[in-house]
Write a protein that binds this ligand. Structure first.
Ligand code: GLY
Ligand code: MN
Ligand code: MN
Length: 428
């Protein structure tokens, strides 16, 4: 960033009802750079400043507010605790910011969803624009820090990888518990409770995203999250759920029969998706293009499978060209995974789809979705299958971080059967 100045704002609190907010979760960029977890915080990085090259603005200590709403670090302690050169009260932001901004003509700031932050930065840019003829420096170029920072976040460090392994392991434990403890007659939310019990009891702070527990045709709604229905005994249940552990996100999907046994139609669809998932994971290594090579291979396997089942007519090539398959496979094969579930990072660089590189973590999540009213043989209607794993790219290949979660139909049936045969409680 040269002598550019970067400014990062903490995530604003999100209103839930009346005077209560959603549980607070720090902005991933600010957290990645500072580790600071409180709202109303700002991180400034100013390499051109003589003494304060990194500064945190934080909420002041307040006995009454801390009694009601929780502890605050306070400006007196923030610099030492978070390894920045200086820390000040957030109340001093507007008066102190110019001293940092005016160390460079380049400001790194991401205009985005935080309207208060956008307004404050806009004011500063206006002020500097007026003052510029006499101030010599400040506010001539605005760059999005994503160009540098999201590139850093795309390639995980050993510390990140350790965090990802923990988040994915706990996510996987939740999925195994769901297979083992779900019982005939349960509602989607009861299975959600099993999974999220495991997440939280293993130290996760939150589910990484609203857990999807979708019985039967609900599984054909990609981001179904209401989770209110009873799962019919002859249906599949698709569970897409991940734990967030110390800001790192797991993102795993498994699909299995509520009865404990796949029907022939369910099994046929399942095995096609499984073949696509396994083939794609097998391809993951540095130099392979995720958005073309890997995605295109999943499409081929899914399309060939649907032709075999008589769901698609015509040849493989015809179907790849006419894209009729998009009625049943309408999403990409996956995304980067990290501090955000749909993690930051660029998929295309200078016109080319990007190659996988060591340190990336991506999901592989092919699926097939035959809605209740789909134009297919009625035997396949209401079947939705997705199988999602979290893959760490290594120098010589990849590691499937969610490998421990049962995936073949036989393995899944045996875990369900074993779970139902034991009488052990979910917690003792
Ligand atoms: N759970 C969201 C996704 O798989 O992308
Ligand atoms: Mn998912
Ligand atoms: Mn995903």
């Amino acid at each position: 960033m040269g002598d550019g100045v970067a400014v990062f704002f903490g995530a604003p609190a999100a209103y839930r009802t009346n005077d209560l907010n959603f549980e607070y979760r720090q902005d991933s960029d600010l957290y990645y750079l500072s580790g600071f977890e409180e709202p109303e915080s700002v991180l400034v990085i100013a390499p051109g400043h003589p003494t304060e090259k990194s500064v945190l603005f934080v909420r002041p200590r307040d006995r009454a507010k801390e009694t009601w709403n929780g502890y605050r670090c306070g400006p007196e302690r923030a610099a030492a605790m978070y390894h920045v050169d200086a820390s000040y009260s957030i109340d001093e932001l507007a008066t102190r910011l110019p001293a940092y901004l005016e160390t460079s003509d380049t400001l790194y700031y991401a205009f985005g969803a935080n309207d208060r932050a956008n307004a404050l930065v806009t004011e500063e840019l206006k002020r500097m624009s007026t003052a510029r003829r006499r101030s010599d420096k400040g506010g001539m170029i605005v760059k999005n820090p994503a160009l540098i920072l999201h590139e850093l976040r795309t390639i995980k460090t050993p510390y990140d990888i350790e965090g990802m392994e923990r988040a994915v392991r706990i996510s996987g434990e939740g999925h195994v518990a769901a297979m083992r403890y779900a019982r005939s007659g349960m509602h989607e939310y009861e299975i959600e409770a099993i999974i999220e019990f495991i997440f939280l009891s293993r130290g996760a702070q939150f589910p990484a995203y609203p857990s999807i527990v979708a019985g039967g045709a609900n599984a054909t709604v990609l981001h179904y999250t209401s989770n209110r229905d009873r799962v019919p005994d002859d249906a599949l249940v698709l569970i897409d759920a991940g734990a967030e552990v110390d800001y790192y996100n797991g993102d795993i999907t498994r699909t299995w029969p509520m009865s404990g046994r796949f029907s022939p139609e369910q099994r046929a669809v399942y095995d096609i998706v499984l073949a696509a998932n396994e083939k794609a994971i097998g391809m993951c290594r540095p130099g392979v293009r995720y958005n073309t090579d890997v995605h295109d291979e999943t499409v081929k396997i899914l399309v060939a499978g649907m032709i075999d089942l008589g769901i698609l007519k015509g040849s493989l090539d015809e179907n790849l060209t006419n894209e009729n398959y998009k009625q049943f496979y309408m999403h990409r094969t996956g995304h980067y995974l990290g501090l955000d579930t749909h993690d930051v990072g660029f998929y295309k660089i200078e016109g080319d789809w990007r190659e996988l590189a060591p340190g990336m973590v991506v999901t592989i999540e092919p699926g097939l979705y035959f809605a209740a009213d789909a134009d297919v043989d009625p035997r396949f209607r209401g079947i939705g299958v997705r199988i999602e794993d979290d893959i760490l790219i290594r120098k010589d290949g990849c590691t499937n971080l969610s490998e421990e979660v049962p995936k073949s139909a036989a393995e899944i049936e045996s875990v369900i059967a074993e779970g139902r045969a034991t009488r052990e409680p979910l917690f003792a």
